[in-house]
Design a binder for this molecule. Structure first.
Ligand code: IPM
Ligand code: MG
Length: 351
């Protein structure tokens, strides 16, 4: 099992290193190969996604990714910004299906900013389309406008085929869970969303065992904080999914807890925590490694066919939380505050 290790920027390096230590304790055979990406790629090769890094990612069985982004590169033109690395990997490798589970661990119900009874037991899955929409739609740019000033523009677009394949991922996922899919769009305003809704509804005919509902994105943002337990699987486009998954992450107490998988049609995937590079705490050894460790568990399950090992990791994380270990982002009075390495060590010991 060859794994491309792309730590990236900021806390990416620390958390990925810890996740690899946990993987190393499973007694399985991995070959890890590391390459720079994001700001680190720009430093190493003048490109956020160096050709060698992309080649390694193509050839590996799975990719373990940290985070990209660093305020030092904010002034670069968009093609050189660290974010281009992750967008390029998603597009080049056709990683169109982004799975973002949001689960509330019993022990963390009071770390959420919502009341515990609203979030306790929450288990929802956001299925976000990842290679289309306004993120990639052309034309886009900044141009001179006839009124004198400049005009910025991006294009939201989805083909029927793109909508159909992500809808199928959502229905299949729902089959293994609560058998409900809520499709989120803005069909009261956007043509793209009208087509989205029509295609998802047509596709649902092949899944009579799954209950499909539709919701406008603004309402969904509100429902997620009003009553998040009404949801099982949410399927949505790239931009709405970006926003809603950050919102959903806070239901769980911390964005530092949420893993993700980005899969192609053959379940090859890139695995990353959904939080970013957190430059403000980088290098301090206080970042929460659990989202990355849980991303590694998703990698074991979805790309490496090691479901039993995935469960061992997930159970060890639960046990670690039960035993009171907390990084600063999920700390509450009466628990034991630890740093990045100690948290990962606690998980490894409980495998
Ligand atoms: C995410 C991130 C990325 C996105 C950024 C870093 C380009 O916010 O994975 O959610 O917008 O998709
Ligand atoms: Mg995001």
């Amino acid at each position: 099992m060859k794994i491309a290790v792309l730590p990236g920027d900021g806390i990416g390096k620390e958390i990925v290193a810890e996740a690899i230590k946990v993987l190393g304790r499973l007694g399985l055979k991995f070959e890890f190969e590391e390459a720079p990406v994001g700001g680190a790629g720009f430093e190493a090769a003048g490109d956020p996604l160096p050709a060698k890094t992309l080649a390694l990612a193509r050839q590996a069985d799975a990719i373990l990714f940290g985070a990209v982004g660093d305020p030092r590169y904010d002034a670069l033109p968009s093609a050189r910004r660290p974010e281009q690395a992750i967008l390029g990997l998603r597009k080049e490798l056709s990683l169109f299906a982004n799975l973002r589970p949001a689960q509330v661990y019993e022990e963390l119900a009071d770390a959420s900013s919502l009341r515990p009874e609203i979030v306790a037991g929450l288990d929802l899955l956001i299925v976000r389309e990842l290679t289309g929409d306004i993120y990639f739609g052309l034309p886009k740019g900044i141009r001179q406008h006839e009124s004198g000033g400049r005009e910025g523009f991006d294009t939201m677009r989805y083909t029927e085929a793109e909508i159909r394949r992500i809808a199928r991922v959502a229905f299949e996922a729902a089959r293994k869970r609560g058998k409900k899919v809520c499709s989120v769009d803005k069909a009261n305003v956007l043509e793209t969303s009208r087509l989205w809704r029509e295609v998802v509804a047509a596709e649902s005919k092949s899944y009579p065992d799954i209950a499909l509902s539709h919701m406008y994105v603004d309402n969904c943002a509100m429902q997620l904080v009003r009553n998040p337990k009404q949801f099982d699987v949410i399927v949505t486009g790239n931009m709405f999914g970006d926003i809603l998954s950050d919102e959903a992450s806070m239901l769980t107490g911390s964005i530092g807890m949420l893993p993700s998988a980005s899969l192609d049609a053959n379940n090859k995937g890139l695995y990353e925590p959904i939080h970013g590079s957190a430059p403000d705490i980088a290098g301090k050894g206080v970042a929460n490694p659990l989202a990355t460790i849980l991303s590694a568990a998703m990698m074991l399950r979805h790309s490496l066919d090691q479901a039993a090992a995935a469960e061992r990791v997930e159970r060890a994380v639960k046990k670690t939380l039960r035993d009171g270990y907390r990084t600063a982002d999920i700390y509450t009075a009466g628990t034991r505050k630890v740093g990045t390495a100690e948290m990962a060590r606690a998980v490894a010991e409980r495998l």
